[in-house]
Design a binder for this molecule. Structure first.
Ligand code: ATP
Ligand code: MG
Length: 564
């Protein structure tokens, strides 16, 4: 297995992809060996390449805190330190393979060490965001039956307030300069730990991690992944969508609590031997982003649409992004207007990607492909993606339906294994021969996929189906609009109508709201089919969002429907 994964990497030491879509499909033939462990088969392999002097001298991890602190680890240093942490987990905490470990840390280098250490020990990692409340933590501890929790001073009190109610929780590890009663000191243990550790042998399908979904539509779901799903399945994402090689320095801004962080800041980049750049950035601030892109030789950048919408409100022309050459976005649809504005100011396209916690990249605008703004691009090689109807039949181009991935006769190994401990929910995602994403879409004659909306967000007004994204994108084209959320609202005649919640730019916020509303309605009628215009509109200061920055349309929708 080791040699095979080496072949996977060595082809792309420094050669950027930039292939046609057909060439990508032909080239991409991932091998899935019986045994696979990302730490041993990919990271340790890069250490060898590094030692042989066969890769650029970039670190594996480059962390900055914005206040002058920096950490740069080579693959070898990452290996040594993560082996020490593996020994802490197995010796001090006595953790066995398949034991579950909850990890709640901000963007600090230890987060990456624990990720790799869990792979080395075969323990199952469950990352969580810093913003979890004591109640959330209790829920996660009880539901996951985690044996160990690793966190810092800011979250430890919340864990202590609920810890006694969690029978399975045996070890608490504190990542801190100080000490806390009832907690083991990560720092002390690490100092004394040996760096000799023998990576466990894991089968491809053994559980590796459980990621929580973003909770955009309800409670976050616990999504179990095997060693091979992200570990091998994200190769296409790293190589063709992010266009990474070992000479790249890649910065993805997402929070450590979400699968996106694993996707981009672990697997997609390290498969390619690229350097993972991290800015601690406790609060998201566009000016920190601009300064960081100006100061550091970051070549590839990823941020969610909500961030790009903020970026383009600023004057970017006063900055020069030193080495930036490729930008991507994922997590939500990105409005064509925002792409255009970003390009006008930076000269760079935004390559949109589409995927879920449950999957690897489903569709992408791969480097070298023609970009159609507003489209999610084409299916990622490795997945057979189709639009299907309610009976599981494949629909032709131009027909809206459910976005689905073929799982029969064989389920792709690059999909989640199950929703942890919830076979019914897992089973409910299957329809006929397909895994159903819960998103609605449409394909065009050239095979590009277009996102219509989450199945629950699509509006049905007087017999017309209206996807919120198209209306939101039309609104954001108008200079008055920073961003908007479009949902259905009850109407005595039409059943439901389109309602837009709109955040205005400061200039327009002080104008007569009735006039602004009329202007926006006329604008939408002009740029989309007139029946899609929002008959109702409300101006708001901000939109409800998940911690990861996704618009929670269902919250707005529920409020609308509760009123009547
Ligand atoms: P939950 O499942 O808990 O409601 P979530 O679906 O937002 O939350 P994630 O797995 O983080 O959790 O997000 C995947 C979803 O995000 C997709 O199913 C899709 O709805 C949306 N998404 C991701 N990328 C894109 C994109 N490029 N265009 C449109 N939608 C996207
Ligand atoms: Mg989801």
């Amino acid at each position: 297995p080791l040699r095979r994964s080496l072949r996977l990497c060595s082809r792309c030491y420094t050669v950027h992809a930039s292939l046609s879509y057909e060439a990508i499909q032909q080239q991409y033939r991932p091998e899935v060996p019986e045994y696979f462990n990302f730490a041993r088969d990919v990271l340790d392999r890069w250490t060898e390449v590094e030692k042989e002097g066969k890769k650029p001298k970039n670190p594996a991890l480059w962390w900055v805190d914005g206040a002058g602190e920096e950490v740069r680890w080579s693959f070898e240093e990452l290996g040594v330190l993560s082996r020490k942490v593996a020994n802490v987990l197995s010796d001090a905490c006595g953790l066995q393979r398949r034991d579950r470990v909850i990890l709640i840390l901000p963007r600090v280098p230890e987060w990456w060490l624990v990720n790799v250490a869990c792979m080395r020990t075969g323990t199952v990692l469950i990352p969580g965001t810093q913003q979890l409340t004591a109640k959330d933590i209790l829920h996660r501890l009880q539901k996951s039956k985690a044996k160990c929790i690793i966190t810092d001073d800011s979250v430890a009190p919340a864990v202590d307030s609920v810890g006694t109610e969690c029978q399975s929780l045996k070890f608490k590890l504190l990542v801190s300069e100080g000490h806390r009663e009832g907690w083991l000191s990560f720092k002390d243990l690490l100092k004394n730990a040996s760096s000799d550790h023998h990576c466990v042998t894991t089968k491809c399908q053994d559980p590796m991690a459980i990621y929580f979904t973003s909770g955009t539509t309800g409670s976050p779901k616990m999504t179990e992944h095997s060693h091979s799903s992200y570990g091998i399945g994200l190769t296409a994402s790293g190589r063709y969508w992010l266009d990474l090689t070992s000479s790249d320095i890649f910065w993805n801004t997402s929070d450590t609590g979400w699968a996106k962080s694993a996707w981009s800041s672990i697997f997609s980049s390290w498969i390619q031997g690229a350097c993972v750049f991290v800015h601690k950035m406790p609060h998201f601030d566009p000016s920190i982003v601009f300064e960081t892109l100006s100061r550091f030789p970051i070549t590839v950048f990823c941020s969610p649409p909500t961030a790009y919408r903020m970026f383009v409100q600023h004057q970017l022309s006063s900055y020069t992004f030193r080495s930036l050459r490729h930008c991507v976005s994922a997590g939500e649809p990105i409005n064509p207007e925002v792409m255009q504005e970003w390009k006008a100011q930076t000269g760079l396209d935004i390559h949109e990607g589409y995927g879920q916690t449950e999957t690897v990249l489903i569709c992408g605008n791969f480097k070298g492909m023609k970009i159609k703004p507003g489209s999610m691009g084409k299916p990622s090689p490795g997945y057979d993606v189709k639009i299907i109807d309610e009976n599981g039949n494949i629909l032709p181009p131009g027909k809206e339906g459910d976005i689905a991935i073929r799982v029969k006769p064989t389920r792709s190994l690059f999909l989640f294994t199950c929703y942890a401990d919830d076979p019914e929910k897992t089973e409910a995602t299957i329809r006929g021969d397909f895994y159903v994403t819960g998103d609605r879409g449409i394909t065009d004659e050239e095979g590009y996929f277009w996102f219509v909306g989450r199945a629950d967000d699509v509006i049905n007004s007087a017999g017309y189906r209206i996807g919120p994204f198209e209306v939101e994108s039309a609104l954001v084209e108008h200079p008055a609009v920073v961003e908007s959320a479009v949902v259905s609202s009850p109407d005595p005649i039409r059943g439901e109508v389109v309602k837009a919640f709109v955040v205005l730019t400061p200039d327009y916020a002080s104008r007569d709201p009735d006039k602004v509303m009329k202007e926006l309605q006329d604008h939408v009628k002009k740029v989309t089919a007139p029946y899609k215009y929002p008959r109702k509109m409300e101006f708001v200061q901000q939109l409800p969002k998940t911690i990861s920055g996704k618009i929670r349309r269902n919250e707005l929708r529920q409020k609308e429907w509760r009123k009547d």
